[in-house]
Design a protein around this ligand. Sequence first.
Ligand code: NAD
Length: 390
Amino acid sequence: MIIGVPTEIYPGERRVALTPPVLPMLTKAGFEIVVEAGAGLDAGYPDAHYQEKGAKLVADRASVFAQAEIVVQVLCHGANDKNGASDLSLMHRGQVLIGFLRPLAAAEAVQQLAHTGVTAFSVELMPRTTRAQSMDALSSMATVAGYKAVLMVASTLPRMFPMMTTAAGTIAPSRVLVIGAGVAGLQAIATSRRLGAVVFGYDVRPAAKEQVQSLGARFVELPLETQGAEDARGYAKAQDEAFYAKQRELLGRVVAESDAVITTAVVPGKKAPVLVTAEMVRGMATGSVVLDLAAERGGNCELTRPGETYVEHGVTIIGKINLAADVPYHASQMYARNLTAFLTNLVKDGKVRPPESDDIIRETLLTQDGEVANTRVRELLGLPALVAQV
Ligand code: NAD
């Protein structure tokens, strides 16, 4: 089976779906690899390294799609809401497409993909089970984004992170508040701690407390009823507006005392809750920074403008999206590992295994045989349930 790797085309995207070091694992499993010339260059992987590992280089994107039985991408149409649709005319019936597809937020794009007849697998739908852990691209990219967020904050803040005792006096450490202690938040906490800041972590899920504390940060306790805050899969559940209002009120003081706030609070399939209001930002000291990792999902800060950085009330609001693309070498390395684990589970003896045979294949399957295969996306599109639901 031939796997094709096109160059990423989303503006500013520097990652690549497969890196040279994973190619021997794939060729050993029986795959051939076709790479668009220059696909890995921005991530630090030159063409020659792909060739050394047995890949065939092709000159243009159309040739990759024409030759490949499986196309792997980072941002496919849907997740790439800028120019991803240009790939639709290159796809052919029965071709497999794997990557970020943003299934719950871009249902119309999923429908368009279904019409091309491709069999699409969305890495966002990966079950969070032990067996699927090595394929969990969401966690990989959240790890990179959490790390990069701290570096951006540290370089924007007019202060240093660590406490320092110098001949010119003692410098107080910066105070960093991380709201949302999932994968990205915990990485932001760990990175802020390594840089020497005093770090506070907060999450609505009670289970997060121990994880925050184990990283040397202090957990912010708010007198809120959080018993039902976590679903069976370990994700936060959506709360009502009264809950969020109370949360904002209680968080206000902690935000005001922070030099930097990094927010990562999201609820799967929902718009991100607003947890930092304009008034709370006004309460922060001049020069403070808010970085909103939920910007792409609507933002946790009322003032966030997705994709923009600007100053309001003397506070820098960073709404940068797609942060993982700014650490393209390691983000690609992790993503390529995730895809390799997924591909070697998906294809056995030169054939794509049927979804019935495996929960990972079944849950990630998004489109097949001209239909949207995922139940939740069908509901969003107002489509009737498939008779033989996969
Ligand atoms: P996520 O990206 O969906 O959300 C980020 C964080 O925001 C979560 O911790 C969530 O609880 C928090 N949040 C949501 N609403 C909030 C609010 N109103 N106030 C404060 N915080 C709020 O989460 P994620 O990073 O994908 O991880 C979710 C959970 O899944 C975590 O427990 C994580 O450890 C777990 N996980 C498990 C596996 C696995 O078992 N394979 C893999 C990855 C993550």
